[in-house]
Design a protein around this ligand. Sequence first.
Ligand SMILES: NC(=O)c1ccc[n+]([C@@H]2O[C@H](COP(=O)([O-])OP(=O)(O)OC[C@H]3O[C@@H](n4cnc5c(N)ncnc54)[C@H](OP(=O)(O)O)[C@@H]3O)[C@@H](O)[C@H]2O)c1
Length: 304
Amino acid sequence: MKRLTKNKTLITGASGLLGLELVRCAVKSGHNVVGVYNANPNLTDKNYRNLKCDIGDTRSVNLLDKKVGKIDMLFHCASMTGVDKCEKNREACWQANVVGTRNMVELAKKHRAKLVYVSTGSVFSGEKGNYKENDAPDPKNFYSWTKLLGEEAVLAYNKGIVIRAVPIGIHGIGRPQSNFIEWLVDSISSNRSFNLFNDVNINAISAETFAGILLKVPKVFKKGVLHIGSKDRLSKAEIGQAVISKFPNFSGEAKLISVENMPGNFAARPKEMWFNTNKATKLGLKMPNLKNELELILKVIAKK
Ligand SMILES: NC(=O)c1ccc[n+]([C@@H]2O[C@H](COP(=O)([O-])OP(=O)(O)OC[C@H]3O[C@@H](n4cnc5c(N)ncnc54)[C@H](OP(=O)(O)O)[C@@H]3O)[C@@H](O)[C@H]2O)c1
């Protein structure tokens, strides 16, 4: 079995929106990176070293451990992410998000590695917004519960950092409909009509900007919870309309509705999914502006 060299940064979710950006950004910053994917090797960057592992499966994690050797830093971005998918496939979601995160904590502990875990703004109920790190979480759906249980496992480790954020963007290699922006672009380009929530507000951050900030976190923050996001916020409807404006030939209808009136079997979502980022700013981390973040993403969409 081929062993890699020393001082390694392990990045889970290397085939996902954020993990792929983080792999690329970490390599550019001089990290010796090993990316981890599970079902989608085609969505990893082939220029870099990526290994397969199902993080919810102990045997698979042990194999990964043997292949990688010493780990110094672990950025844990892998997760089952679709809120409705998680609601319908609770066992798989539990295995990936709770068991998988516990396994990543054990792996980090074994190597005395710093661990940065990416959680979500939806651990809060979404009733008031402007959430601070020490506000009490109150998840509204199964996905958010599993992310919160992941947080608890990470915080029990003395080198564990929990980052709450809402990353958005288009996957760097390309895939259909996996997240909000990809779903939007897919629906618009196929002229499908859809609903947009006008009462769900987020201070999202582009995966690209977020990756750059994430790499700085372990240098300025040792342990605990940190909120990372844009300084301002927009509703999902406002974001949707900005994306639609890039597609002048779109002939479908984008209906603005309340998240409470979403038809069909739809998991509950928090409305005010934006949080206070003062703690990160005080640590010297520069939070972006969401309108600029959106411009960045729209430029990527325009190029496709
Ligand atoms: N995007 C959002 O809207 C959003 C909002 C808030 C928070 N977050 C958090 O941000 C982080 C990154 O999200 P993202 O948007 O980049 O997710 P994503 O694009 O859906 O990617 C998920 C990644 O997790 C991997 N994964 C899933 N199950 C796995 C398993 N059992 N073993 C190993 N890997 C597994 C996937 O690998 P394969 O595809 O290879 O199977 C993929 O690389 C997650 O922690 C998520 O909870 C995301």
